[in-house]
Design a protein around this ligand. Structure first.
Ligand SMILES: [Zn+2]
Length: 1042
């Protein structure tokens, strides 16, 4: 143990004297530590350091998850105490099970308000009860979520061969002759012999099958029926504002359905293609003159994500789809139907999504009556519950239990059975509300917002300029950090040693303390490493002002990241909060040091391939488990220009509900704007602290697997130490019974969290969906966005245990099986022979499936994507909400030159004329200027023959330079101002990431190749399928054994 700084060379610039040797914390020798451990250890909080009791009312002791913190955080090296539990994880195992979180159904009866626990002694198991570390099982390993296996008889040789797993010889270089542009007169599509040019007939909605509603819509005003409602009950119920969901699962889309449901193949252009397929399938179209296909008429999601709105009638009480989307809005009533669905069955949830304009979520405070919940299943009162017995009872829509209405919540029912106070009851009329949680929902005072920073100050971090950008950005955000005046803040820096900063408010300058004993890391000061921002504001600012210069001469190349991480954990674990890690050098010292295992081309295509993408050292997963348990969410900012094993380090973000930001080869000159913007958003966006989320669903169905960045506490409780509007989660459903008898199922998402203001709240989203017995209906009500989100998450998880090639084959096969099943429904009956048919609702699924196979986590092999980039993209995609994910998979491509040349065009006007183009090189005219935007970056593509006038206006004298060296900036020309205004609008449309703008000129290789050409997902590039080939393959396989 040392207090000096032996590992560091000269340290002249530091304004904070390293702690004098006489300082008490530093005088400890190793042998003394044990006896003084109590002084050094973080204080045991007076209130149990427990996190939020999961969404439960009722006594803490019998609640779902009483104080689950087994012991105060302690030093790892303290021999008198057991190792802190590090297991935390998926169902059935882990320390959390020691502090049981029984299902809500097991809650004791009784309204929540009657069981106050304020002052109740916390549940603190003695150390002996703390379980030793158990084997950690990541969420991704939950069994039972097959991507689908090939059915007998399915032959997939074409698919397999179309994605060579590893192409060591493939170089991402694209000689100008490879991809032709219209101006060059060549087509980038390989000619498809036998294709006949087809008409450009507009895409017509196919006709639907005759629809026979199996039941009549009940009269308006009737409530969704509980499983066995009696007529008397129905006649008395109230509380519904409008036609209930059960009213007509079929009738409600009578209009749409007839127009869009596709018992017939899509007509028009697609039909032309279908006929082409048909002719292909018989083998020959000799003498065909035009071998091309009018690929422009294929279905493309040029409008981006379209939220499902096909269920307005009767389901208008549902929460907005941006909070909850089902993969199909028709729930199958039997196992046999489920088995014929083939696509994922489940939901994608974004609990804190930004509310649509004017539809902000109401915050309700039930002071007198307490929050009304079903006493059996703990469902929160919602628009779908029904009131009966003159308003004295209410029936739970999820479990059908008849509950008493508390006296304070009573209201009479009017003649139609509705509560007379319905207009004043948002919880009974809106799909999304937020309840202020009373003290029963807390076992400790709500935590303050807490931001802790762990900053790499080794030589590569210094040289990249990252430290300065980070320090400046944090300082600029101090006024906007949520939670004033309770906000807490603290810092640790590290190279070969770990540096702590005393930020006590009485100081004028922070005091730096260096710990160099990495095997025995300890906190040199029990207090004042984490301080109240308001009180210590001047010290914090002084620190941030001097941070960039403090280390400017640091030559230290090492990284004691693991020990620094443990130190941060010790400091934060009393309160929880958000840990932001700025990491530039591969961890090289102490626990958690990583080997330069790198990317191994020989592993690709073998059974060992996946191991490159999973962490080698369990340290990071275990740390993530500990962080989650103590309500710490981790965001990792990674900057290295070399391989830095993000597969390992990223798990810190993955399992704590955090986020990985990756800036490969960061240089402040190029990337500071992006880093500054994204860090600012991370620091200032509204954050829900110490949260847990649960999704309930009606009887007979069950959520069985969860997918995203988080850990599960108990079988169905998602632990989210810090969550915000940019995170979404997916979960799959299964049927528990062979046959569902109810006509409607309900879903309710509840997120219990601490708001930055210190209020404990529960955000509740409720939705209903009809139960159907018709497979065709399931397909008609399919939501491609939710399906693609789910497929992406499943595929990325599968890359952790399989070859990329197998993962892509699985995506393909799943689509084949779904389309084949659909075909079997109608093909014979309508004599559709060799046509490719699909439901209108899934018309973009094949293209998104192709885009997914070409996405960064799944694409190609060794030489196509650097391993760190692949892993980082996987972490990112696992968390993205539907809309952002779809944009990343199928980005927008828009031609700009016409707009820029228009005399008086404004950015607003551009929105109107902005027309997204198919993602193919055929869309690029060498006389044009195009913008490509995938939500993470923007690329401006300058055609080779673009008017020099435009180039001069935008780039000035740089117009002739190689564009890789040119930075776009606003110039004194109208055209430049207009372009910059436009880029601003594009960025503002999705502020979750800052898209850097890259410039590339046609033919400038290899930049054009990796920045644009490989991103054109409809083209055959680097041995991948093009859209047309992909459809042909799908169709061939659909037909096999059809
Ligand atoms: Zn219930």
């Amino acid at each position: 143990m040392g207090t000096e700084n032996p590992g560091r060379p000269s340290f002249p610039a530091t304004p904070f004297a390293a702690a004098p040797p006489t300082m008490t914390p530093f005088s400890n020798s190793g042998s003394v530590v044990g006896s003084e451990a109590s002084n050094l250890r973080p204080m045991r909080p007076t209130v149990p350091p427990n996190t939020s009791p999961p969404m439960t009312a009722g006594p803490a002791g019998s609640g779902e998850s009483p104080a689950f913190r087994p012991a105060p955080p302690t030093r790892y090296n303290d021999p008198s105490l057991p190792t802190p539990p590090s297991s935390y994880g998926p169902p059935a195992a882990g320390t959390f099970n020691r502090f049981p979180t029984p299902p809500f159904g097991s809650m004791p009866p009784g309204p929540p308000a009657r069981a106050p626990v304020v002052g109740q002694p916390p549940f603190q198991p003695p150390p002996s009860q703390v379980s030793p570390p158990l084997s950690f099982r990541p969420q991704g390993q939950i069994p039972g979520v097959p991507m689908g296996s090939p059915p007998p008889g399915v032959n997939t040789p074409q698919i397999d061969s179309s994605f060579p797993a590893s192409r060591p010889n493939f170089q991402p270089s694209f000689p100008p002759t490879v991809s032709g542009y219209p101006a060059a007169g060549a087509s980038s599509q390989l000619p498809l012999p036998g294709y006949v040019k087809q008409s450009n007939a507009p895409f017509q909605a196919p006709q639907g099958p005759p629809v026979q509603s199996p039941f009549q819509a009940p009269p308006v005003g009737y409530a969704p029926s509980a499983p066995t409602p009696s007529p008397q009950f129905l006649s008395q119920q109230g509380g519904l504002a409008q036609a209930p969901p059960v009213a007509s699962p079929y009738g409600l889309h009578s209009r749409d359905q007839i127009q869009h449901s596709s018992t017939m193949p899509p007509m028009g252009a697609m039909q032309g293609l279908i006929e082409d397929f048909s002719s292909l399938s018989i083998g020959s179209v000799p003498g065909s003159i035009d071998p091309g296909v009018d690929s422009k008429s294929l279905p493309r999601p040029l409008e981006g994500d379209v939220e499902p709105n096909s269920l307005p009638e009767g389901y208008s009480l549902n929460c907005n789809p941006r909070y909850l989307r089902l993969t199909t809005n028709a729930i199958p009533n039997s196992q046999s139907l489920v088995s014929r669905w083939h696509l994922p069955l489940g939901a994608v949830v974004c609990p804190l999504a930004q509310a649509p304009q004017g539809e902000e979520v109401s915050v309700l405070n039930f002071v007198s009556s307490g929050i009304i919940r079903c006493r059996r299943c703990r469902t929160y009162v919602n628009p779908f519950v029904t009131f009966t017995d003159s308003g004295r009872k209410w029936r739970c829509n999820i479990c059908a239990l008849l509950n008493d209405v508390p006296g304070d919540y009573f209201a009479h029912l009017d003649a139609t059975g509705r509560r007379v106070d319905l207009d004043q009851r948002p919880e009974l009329t809106k799909g999304s509300v937020e309840f202020v949680a009373p003290t029963e929902y807390m076992v400790r005072p709500p935590m303050p917002p807490l931001y802790f920073f762990l900053i790499d100050v080794s030589i590569s971090a210094v040289r990249s300029g990252m430290i300065e950008v980070v320090a400046k950005t944090i300082k600029s955000c101090l006024d906007d950090l949520p939670g004033f005046p309770r906000t807490q803040i603290g810092f640790i820096t590290y190279d070969s040693t770990v540096h702590f900063y005393n930020m006590k408010s009485s100081l004028t300058q922070p005091q730096m303390m260096v710990v160099s004993d990495l095997d025995d890391i300890f906190i040199p000061l029990p207090d004042d490493l984490l301080v109240n921002l308001s009180e210590s504001r001047t010290v914090v600012e002084a620190f941030l002002d001097s941070l960039p210069t403090m280390f400017q001469d640091n030559l230290n190349m090492e990284s004691a990241f693991g020990p620094a991480l443990k130190a941060a954990f010790m400091v934060m674990s009393q309160l929880g909060g958000k840990l932001l890690i700025f990491q530039n050098t591969m961890p090289s010292l102490g626990v958690g040091r990583l080997k330069l295992r790198g990317d191994d081309p020989r592993a690709y295509g073998t059974d060992k391939e996946y191991s490159l993408r999973v962490p080698e050292d369990p340290f990071y997963k275990q740390m993530a488990a500990d962080f989650t348990k103590y309500q710490i969410g981790v965001n990792v900012y990674a900057f290295s220009d070399k391989y830095s094993d993000l597969a390992s380090i990223g798990t810190l973000a993955k399992y704590t509900g955090g986020q990985l930001y990756y800036y490969p080869s960061f240089q402040a000159a190029n990337h500071s704007e992006k880093l500054s913007h994204e860090l600012t958003r991370d620091l200032t966006r509204e954050t829900a602290w110490e949260a847990v989320m649960r999704i309930r669903c009606g009887k007979g169905i069950r959520f069985t697997s969860y997918h995203g960045n988080f850990m599960l506490r108990s079988t169905d409780l998602v632990a989210l130490p810090a969550v915000d509007c940019d995170k979404a989660y997916a979960m799959q459903l299964s049927l528990e019974e062979t046959l569902l008898t109810n006509q409607t199922v309900y879903f309710q998402v509840a997120l219990l969290y601490t708001a930055s203001c210190g209020e404990r709240r529960i955000r509740v989203h409720t939705a209903a969906a009809p139960v159907v017995s018709d497979l065709g209906e399931m397909y008609r009500q399919a939501d491609t966005g939710a399906i693609v989100s789910m497929l992406s998450r499943l595929a990325i998880e599968k890359t952790m245990s399989s070859k990329l090639e197998d993962v892509r084959s699985n995506v393909h096969l799943r689509i084949v099986k779904a389309l084949r099943e659909y075909r079997n429904l109608y093909a014979v009956q309508h004599r559709l022979g060799g046509r490719l048919i699909y439901p209108e609702s899934l018309k973009f699924l094949p293209l998104y499936g192709l885009a997914l196979c070409k996405s960064t986590p799944l694409r190609g092999g060794y030489s196509d994507v650097p391993l760190d980039e692949r892993c980082a993209a996987g972490f990112t995609m696992m968390a993205l909400p539907v809309k952002k994910l779809l944009k990343l998979l199928y980005p927008s491509l828009v031609q700009l030159d016409d707009y820029l040349l228009k005399p008086s065009a404004s950015a607003d006007e551009f929105r109107k004329v902005m027309k997204r183009l198919p993602l193919t090189a055929d869309s690029l005219d060498s006389r044009g200027l195009y913008v490509y935007d995938d939500g993470l970056q923007i690329v401006l593509w300058f055609g080779r023959m673009l008017s020099p006038d435009i180039a001069m206006n935008l780039l000035g004298p740089d117009a002739a330079a190689e564009l890789s060296r040119v930075t776009l900036m606003e110039r004194e020309t109208e055209m430049s101002r207009r372009l910059m205004g436009l880029l601003k609008k594009l960025r503002e449309s999705d502020p979750s990431y800052h898209q850097l703008c890259h410039l590339v000129r046609q033919g400038e290789q290899p930049r054009e190749g990796f920045m644009v050409l490989t991103k054109l997902v409809e083209d055959q590039t680097g041995g991948t399928n093009g859209y047309v080939d992909w459809l042909i393959q799908l169709h061939r396989q659909v037909q096999q054994n059809a």
